[in-house]
Design a protein around this ligand. Sequence first.
Ligand code: 5AD
Ligand code: SF4
Length: 451
Amino acid sequence: MKSLVRQNDQLIVNKAQRKLHIITFGCQMNEYDSRRMAQILMGQYSLTPHVDEADLIIINTCSIREKAEHKLYSLLGRLRRLKATNPSLKIGVAGCVAQQLGNRLFSRAPYVDFVIGPQALYKIDGILGKLAHGEIRLCDIELSRRFQIPCIDAPLPKKGDVRAYVTIMQGCDNFCTYCIVPFVRGREISRPSEDILAEVESLARQGIRDVTLLGQNVNSYGKGLEGDVDFSGLLERIDSVFPDVRLRFTTSHPKDLSDRLIDCFGRLGSLCEHLHLPVQSGSDRILKRMNRRYTSQHYLEMVEKLRRTCPDITITTDLIVGFPGETDEDFEQTLALVKEAKFDQAFAFKYSPRPGTAAVKMKDQVDEKVKSQRLTRLLNFLNDIGLKQYKKFEGRTCQVLVESYSDSKLTARTRGNHVVNIEGPKDLVGRLINVYIERACHHSLIGRIVH
Ligand code: 5AD
Ligand code: SF4
């Protein structure tokens, strides 16, 4: 999947003179982090969607796949020119690539003013203060053992938003052999449940009706939080306090998916029938080399249990093709697993060697051409299976939450996370309505309002 350069929308409108532009690459965690940075700076800056009128530009980077460094340097090269017209412009690099490069970034791009890792971005105002006092080229890539999101009273839904993310933990201890996350986001640290509840409360007060809890490995939430709840306990608490807010979470690791958590899908009224459960490969040999610590059989058993507990559950996944040592036969096993698991949707990626990880040193790297061929085959295969899953909704009536309006069209979402396009008036945004599903497309449904 391609990283997105998101021109951040106007999150906050205030009277501050100076303008901030944030460019966000990568995952939902980065989107959440960008919003937090904007929030911390809201008294000093107002957000602008126009990069050329900014006084501060922050690039929040992602290093999970692709040529992240190369992309960053070419973007910086373009931004550098803006300093000629606005000498007081400050440029900062945040996120995972910043964490990896640290001070080295300044030797290649000396015009960058600061570099901050994912855990340091909560100190952004202090860093800007030091720059204002004449310090230059500041770098903070400290990884802490304490949770780094201060409990701020007012998280940042965009005006009119009905969905929001809430980070519940940072980092990852799993060390899958292909993955850079444990190196750039540090060890797993859980956020106290009281802070999470306070944030959900504040979001609900501001009109948010659908909350996704975020973490690299949410199943191990609570480790290290003495006397606090575990992940199922957290879901139970949120469900009991906010029964009317749709609740979701991502991402789960199959090795830690407990029976108690599976039961939550049958028991908790607010927990939506959707689970993103990355399998990565259908070959046990490759799963072992990836250090995933489950087998394809174990994975399929969990899928079956989930469907027994919650027949309507949507199961989505991530897949990697061309991991070092993957043979044609291993790849066929991935196709077989996909067929058996009947995923509603899947994100498939070519294996991308990440510096410093164990897999990059494995000898039998797969040829780029073979990776591309396998990816194309897998994507075609997934499309067919996904469409079949979506077609099951044709002729059904579903309850959807209306998320947005544009050109007399509404975009809504089922509890199972299917996007439904409907014709209807703007005032339905934020409301739960019943729709009749007329037709299924590859990644969305077309519905009609049932009166
Ligand atoms: N190459 C390809 N895909 C990767 N992912 C993580 N690291 C890599 C990599 N080095 C994928 C995994 C993960 C998703 C977020 O990104 O499938 O679940
Ligand atoms: Fe990366 Fe594995 Fe951790 Fe997910 S569980 S963030 S793939 S190391």
